[in-house]
Design a protein. Structure first.
Length: 465
């Protein structure tokens, strides 16, 4: 039990148990143990290189820290919930084990730059894991898309059938969003990748430390340039929460589509039994709970972002204890986003696509009306006239229970003499899709290119791992 406080010299009374609990963060920051130990090892090694601590003290510190790490990972050492935080816990444990040398570790360092370092390393690592999960999900989407280059379905605006597209084109839109999410993570990780250690409490130190060598040892691109900023900055936490919020927004939109698509009203897909649940009362039900939960968890990730933004908005420089509140928010956002990406990918991977239902849905609703108008434009009519004529044809179809495909040529000609036999191929859904060959369009050749670019994107990142 760690009841003695490091600062007891200055204090006459002990902290009450309730205040101790209120103040303590070890129940949630214990997950930083690895970063804390790695950071301390790099710090100690530097202190030794600079002649600030002796070789003997350094080797005892390094040995002690490495044993502590092993013991935590093997379950031999439990976190003491009476400790104030993970940093105090590890330092006290080290001193218990190796004595005086342990007391030298905190030379030229403050918990303020220590926690800033640990958090950066933890967030950097976690965002890397999120990125790998995204890459896996993007690959799953690309695989699914490759199987459905010819699967015609309605594209919507206002949730009204608008123009025919393919399932491949549709879901590759999500791959585009997720690829942007990956580059957003790369950007924010690049911005956060500077070592704050050496900032001290806020004004560095008088010891001749070598920050650059510590930065190198811990995989940073350099050191932070202002010690006050170094300990005050939590932009990297907020930016990461913002990256995660966008990812969750994308997954939430996709989830919404999945929920709609597996309703009887759409019937476009069927989720695998392993990724849906039944009802306790209605035996016919197969509920898309997983997609709904992903949509729901988006709210809590937004909540974390809002917590973090609000947490930081009124803080004077430099460190304030308020900042301890950043951890649960960012940890929760990281954990839930990771979970959602992984489980969503498996749900998508295993879902069954009802190709003919999609195709039939595209055949209804005059989804090829634009193509009918474009046909007349190609015959020389101005688009606005062609649009008006097509509108009249559609009104006629609705009144007479017809579709553009079932109108006779004679009926077409009653609306405009320019109509010829070619109209039927112009409004054929597959031709409508494949006629849209513009870059970014749904023609299967274009979507195949889109998929290839996407695979280059994920491939390059997998090779770099
Ligand atoms: N547990 C603290 C946090 O998470 C560590 C830093 C404490 N620094 C201090 N001077 N009280 O922010």
């Amino acid at each position: 039990m760690q009841t003695k406080k490091m600062w007891e010299g200055r204090f006459k009374k002990e902290l009450s148990a309730a205040v101790n609990d209120f103040n303590s963060s070890i129940s949630f920051d214990n997950r930083l143990y690895r970063e804390d130990i790695t950071g301390s090892m790099a710090h100690a090694a530097m202190l030794c290189r600079q002649g600030i601590i002796s070789e003997k003290d350094c080797s005892e510190i390094l040995g002690g820290l490495s044993d502590i790490l092993d013991d935590i990972e093997n379950g031999k050492l439990e976190f003491d919930m009476n400790a104030e935080d993970i940093h105090m816990f590890i330092e006290a444990e080290l001193t218990d084990r190796i004595g005086d040398a342990g007391k030298r570790l905190h030379t030229a360092r403050s918990r303020n730059d220590q926690v800033a370092l640990d958090c950066r390393m933890y967030v950097r690592k976690s965002m890397g894991e999120i990125k790998s999960s995204l890459i896996r999900l993007i690959d799953i989407i690309a695989d699914k898309a490759s199987m459905h280059l010819e699967t015609v379905m309605p594209g919507y605006t206002h949730l009204q059938r608008a123009q025919p597209v393919t399932l491949a084109h549709y879901i590759m839109a999500y791959a585009q969003m997720l690829m942007r999410d990956v580059t957003r993570i790369e950007n924010s990780v690049a911005r956060m990748n500077y070592l704050p250690l050496g900032s001290g409490a806020l004004a560095t130190t008088t010891y001749p430390i070598d920050r650059e060598s510590v930065a190198k040892a811990l995989g940073f691109d350099g050191v932070t340039q202002n010690s006050i900023d170094g300990v005050s900055d939590r932009d990297f936490v907020i930016e990461s929460a913002s990256d995660l919020s966008l990812i969750m927004m994308h997954l939430s939109r996709f989830s919404e589509e999945i929920i709609l698509w597996c309703s009887s009203e759409f019937g476009f897909i069927e989720l695998d039994d392993a990724y849906s649940t039944g009802s306790s009362i209605m035996p016919q039900k197969k509920n898309p709970d997983i997609a709904e939960l992903v949509r729901g968890k988006c709210a809590r990730v937004y909540g974390s972002l809002m917590t973090l933004l609000t947490l930081m908005k009124g803080l004077p420089l430099a460190y304030n204890k308020d900042m301890q509140e950043d951890k649960e928010a960012i940890f929760d956002a990281i954990d839930n986003t990771k979970l959602c990406i992984d489980i969503f990918g498996e749900m998508l991977n295993t879902c069954k696509v009802n190709v003919s239902v999609m195709r039939n849905a595209a055949a209804k609703g005059f989804i090829n009306a634009t193509d009918c108008a474009d046909y007349l434009v190609k015959k020389g009519l101005p688009f606005r006239d062609a649009y008006k004529i097509t509108g009249k044809i559609i009104a006629y179809c609705i009144d007479n229970g017809k579709t553009l495909e079932t109108m006779s040529l004679g009926e077409y000609k009653d609306f405009c003499s320019e109509f010829e036999d070619g109209i039927y191929s112009a409004i054929d859904l597959v031709n409508c899709v494949n006629g849209r060959k513009v870059t970014g369009g749904p023609a299967s050749a274009r979507v195949a290119e889109q998929i290839a670019l996407c695979r280059d994107f994920t491939g390059a990142r997998k090779n770099a791992e």
